[in-house]
Every structure is written in C-alpha cells, then in structure tokens.
Design a protein around this ligand. Structure first.
Ligand code: AMP
Ligand code: ZN
Length: 224
C-alpha cells in the first residue's frame, strides 16, 4: 500500500507557538518536523558556509535571502525521512518561497494539504518572545512565565541547559514582527485562495491550541 505524502504548514508570526505545537503534532501525525529556523541555527552552530551567510540576517531579525532558504529546505525535504511528507514550521515565509515549494511538489504530483494559520495579537507575541528560552540540546521551547521547566534553567526532557536566543530581545522581536506583517502575512491570502488554509486561535492555553490544530488536520491522517 502506498499513501500520498502529507504536507502541513504551520503559519504564524514569531512566538505564535509553531515550535511548541509542532512537537505535539509531529508525534500524532508521525511526520518529521522541518523548521527552517532550526536548520539555520544548526548551520550557525557548526559554522558552515550557509550558517555564516545566514547569521547577518538572523541577528537583525531579517529574512535570509530566498534562494539560500529555498535550496536549504528543498534539500531537507528530499531526504529519506521526509518520504511520507513533512510538518513545515517557519517555511515558507515569502510568496517566492511558497511558489518555489508549490512548484517543487507539483513536479512530483504533490501539493500542500493544509496550512494552519495560528492567530495571536502582537502585544501577546512580544511578551512571549522576550520570556522564551530554548534547550541547547534538543531545542524544546520553554517560557519564563507560561511554560516553566520543572527545574529552573534545565530542560525537562534531557537535562539540557536553557538559553535565550540572540534574536529574542525586545528590539529584534519588534523588527521580526514587522518583517512578518510585511513579507509573510501575504501568504494567508495565498493559501486561502488555494483552499488549504484553516485559522486557529493561538491565544489560548497550549493544550487548547493543540486540540484545535488536531481537529483541523484530523481528516488527513489517522490520529491515534
Ligand atoms: P525562526 O526560528 O523560525 O524564528 O527563524 C529564525 C531566523 O531564521 C529568522 O528570523 C530568519 O532570519 C531566519 N529564517 C528562518 N526561516 C526563514 C525563512 N523561511 N526565510 C527566511 N529566513 C528565515
Ligand atoms: Zn532538551
């Protein structure tokens, strides 16, 4: 039996909960979590040519150029563990990226199955961003107020050290939100027209958002 690969996009401004929710969804859907920001941070940590190129943009909260980003993500999607599809987080972020992704999938007779548009007010996002901490080992996100680790500064999952991203300061956060509204939010209309978009209220407790997202994809795959 062969089933068509499933492609789901998590769309939403920075700190709308994409990373947190992806952790829950990837298990339920049995799809690999492909996060462009994580791929860039991995390259940065390992000081690859790609990482060095991306750094100047990331530090300012700006988007890395489309050609570099598209090549990186399409390369990731071509790896064997993505044969059944992927849960995309942070990509696409521009119309050019969305068109490149659509074209790459269309060449294989595939398409985006669903785009989950997570809605959160701007003021709430700033509070979330500045309180955010991540595990150095596994990348699991935490929050100083909303999702505290059991032991301060330590990851619940693997005991890794928690750190604050260099681009999670208030100034960079405001710039990233501006970039989102200018360059990424046009994707909402793009995917709505394609009939793939579902709006989800992201301004509720984490578990309630997870439930709403699950309901929005329940027809795509059998969820245990
Ligand atoms: P994120 O972890 O998704 O917030 O991404 C962190 C940073 O990586 C962003 O502020 C951008 O500089 C860069 N980045 C991540 N995804 C993309 C993308 N799809 N297009 C351009 N730049 C990106
Ligand atoms: Zn961890």
């Amino acid at each position: 039996m062969t089933t068509k690969p499933t492609y789901i996009i998590l769309l939403g401004p920075p700190a709308s909960g994409k990373g947190t929710q992806a952790t829950k969804l990837r298990e339920a859907l049995d799809l690999p979590h492909v996060a462009s920001g994580d791929l860039f941070r991995y390259n940065l940590k390992n000081e690859t040519a790609l990482g060095l190129k991306a750094k100047q943009y990331m530090d300012r909260g700006e988007l890395v150029p489309d050609d570099v980003t598209i090549a990186m993500v399409l390369d990731r999607l071509a790896q064997p563990d993505c044969a059944g599809g992927a849960l995309l987080d942070g990509f696409p972020r521009t119309i050019a990226q969305a068109e490149a992704l659509d074209a790459a999938l269309a060449r294989q007779g595939l398409n985006i199955d669903r785009v989950l548009n997570i809605l959160v007010p701007d003021e709430e996002l700033i509070a979330r961003i500045t309180g955010r901490r991540l595990c150095r080992t596994c990348g699991e996100p935490y929050h100083m107020m909303f999702k505290k680790p059991k032991v301060s500064g330590i990851c619940d999952l693997d005991g890794g050290e928690l750190y604050q991203r260099a681009d999670d300061t208030e100034e960079t956060a405001r710039n990233r939100l501006e970039v989102y509204w200018k360059q990424t939010s046009p994707l909402i209309a793009y995917y709505r027209e394609a009939g793939a978009l579902v709006d989800v209220d992201g301004n509720q407790p984490i578990a309630a958002v997870t439930q709403a997202l699950m309901a929005a994809v329940s027809d795509l795959k059998t969820i245990e």
